[in-house]
Design a protein around this ligand. Structure first.
Ligand SMILES: [Zn+2]
Length: 160
């Protein structure tokens, strides 16, 4: 009873194999596509579409990219905008308070840049340059803008 019952030819090499075989024992091909190992997700990262390539540097850690962008946002002089916008109105306490608020925005983005920069190092993917940029610039922006606002507001209060 050991004829071809329960056997079929391998679609890849033609050798007779068990009908319910998952993998051909002659050529090693997987016959059940659902059980075959899925293509590695990294393959998609290595060959993204052209549109993605334009926005995201290929193969870089998403953490490093996020860190560098957050650091750039942290550099935006939010307190200065408030100062220029409201100084003419003569509302001393409002200007000072909003400058502190704006400096908190810088600090928040700076801290996020530092945290995502750390995340980039932990992920151990390429993009260390961006991660270092995010860490350093994010930290300096957070500290620098708070120092700047401290100086501006203290002078502001003295002169009024
Ligand atoms: Zn085969």
């Amino acid at each position: 009873m050991s004829t071809n019952a329960g056997e079929r030819p391998c679609p890849y090499c033609g050798e007779l194999i068990k009908a319910n075989a998952i993998k051909c024992r002659y050529c090693g091909e997987f016959l059940d596509e659902q059980r075959a190992p899925a293509p590695l997700p990294m393959a998609q990262v290595d060959e993204p579409s052209a549109a993605v390539k334009m926005i995201v540097p290929v193969g870089r850690s998403g953490w490093a990219i996020a860190s560098s962008w957050l650091a750039l946002v942290a550099l935006v002089p939010f307190p200065l905008f408030v100062f220029i916008g409201l100084i003419e109105m003569g509302r001393d306490s409002l200007t000072a308070n909003l400058m502190w608020l704006a400096a908190c925005i810088n600090a928040m983005f700076g801290v996020l840049a530092v945290l995502t920069g750390i995340g980039a190092f932990l992920s151990k993917k390429p993009g260390r340059g961006r991660a270092i940029f995010g860490l350093v610039v994010g930290f300096l922006a957070a500290v620098g803008y708070f120092g700047f606002v401290w100086y501006m507001v203290s002078n502001f209060v003295k002169s009024h």
